[in-house]
Design a protein around this ligand. Sequence first.
Ligand code: GLU
Length: 474
Amino acid sequence: MANNPNEGRQFLDSVHQFFDNAASYSRLDAGILAQIRTCNSVYKVSFPVEIDGKIEVVEGIRAQHSHHKLPSKGGIRYSMQVDEDEVIALAALMTFKCAVVDVPFGGAKGGVRINPRTTSVKTLEKVTRRFAAELIRKNLIGPGIDVPAPDYGTGSREMAWIADTYQALNYGETNALGCVTGKPVGQGGIRGRAEATGLGIYYGIREALADSDLLKGKNLDGHTMQGKRIVVQGLGNVGYHAAYFCQQDGAIIVGIAEREGGIFNENGIDVQQAFKHRSENGSILNFPNAKNYENSMELLEVECDILIPAALENQINSDNAARIKAKIVAEGANGPVTKDAERVLLQNGVIIIPDLYLNAGGVTVSYFEWLKNLSHVRFGRMGKRAEEASLRRIVNAIESSSGKSMSQQERHILIQGADEVDLVRSGLEDTMINAYHEIRDVMVLKKIPDLRTAAFLTAIEKIGVSYEALGIFP
Ligand code: GLU
């Protein structure tokens, strides 16, 4: 994957251009549009950490892009590529993402310049707790202020450290666990969060595939996932789950691209096996029956129906855009397609399902986790048995009126009430479906040629309404 010092700036420029393009369709006041576009605050902190007996200076950044709704929300990434522009661009995307899926938060993002793959767990814990303490000190984190979550290079383990540090320094705060989401289930997390982004991507692609108007003339057989040939870049949490759920629904994963190389098999690659192979061997390469790609970027250019870039930003850029042969580019990562590349893809008739909609499943379920933390009760705990009792009465009535009794298994399927994970998935599916149709309606109504512009415009209009309601602009 590419890594050049100007990537952060290019990424931010792309986000600004996407915004400006969508804003040109809006009738909001120019001042409100300028406020929506700008990043409200950025905090940069350097702190010393002892690593193997030596003191090293580590840099952390937290950008709160918007405060029109509180808390602000967005992940914290660990990567050597982290810089201020990149974090601001990602924070901006969070603002628009939350608005697209009606998650009532502002947008934020954080980053720590550290390589999680070459850093010991002990050091990662020290860095995470210290960064959390720096944010607490400045009142930049809290259930009603700003709520981090996992992102590239972080996961539930880091979130548990943040929650624990926050609780220790805010002793007795009832809602303390809501200071961060993506926590392990045993430490205030919610079932269904780990796979949420990938599952949301699956729902989003499924919606687009069922949209015959959108796909007119695109030479995609049928309107379901069945038999669709997919290449995925990145087998991390997002890419793995997106590929897994698409495969479960009949898609054929023909290629998987990773940092160390890629693999291709036109008959399909079992995603779970590929994941296992990579964990056991430390590399995706040499997977049975698959062709190796030493340069995994070449795998993005193979013939396929759907390309899911689910790694980092700027992966499809002016260098490779013209060679992309996928019919649909489904943005699992944040900002994987630059503005210049987008122009080329759209000219070539490629449909782009944009990040601010497609990967919003993560923050959607983070919202559910936050609600759970504030309500101090697991979803389903109060109603599940009552729901089952009423379903049982209905099933009994059907049996006695028909004179036929059902098997134990049939009764079980009909009577089972909803658990936390069922409710989370139901809320996520509903959110992804509704948001898709909202974006499509705006696209048709305003005669907008692409989904990204329509998604940005949908978000801008919603945020504009909250600024007007706040009365900030008298
Ligand atoms: N880091 C994820 C994203 O980019 C999740 C953010 C969240 O859950 O707050 O959407």
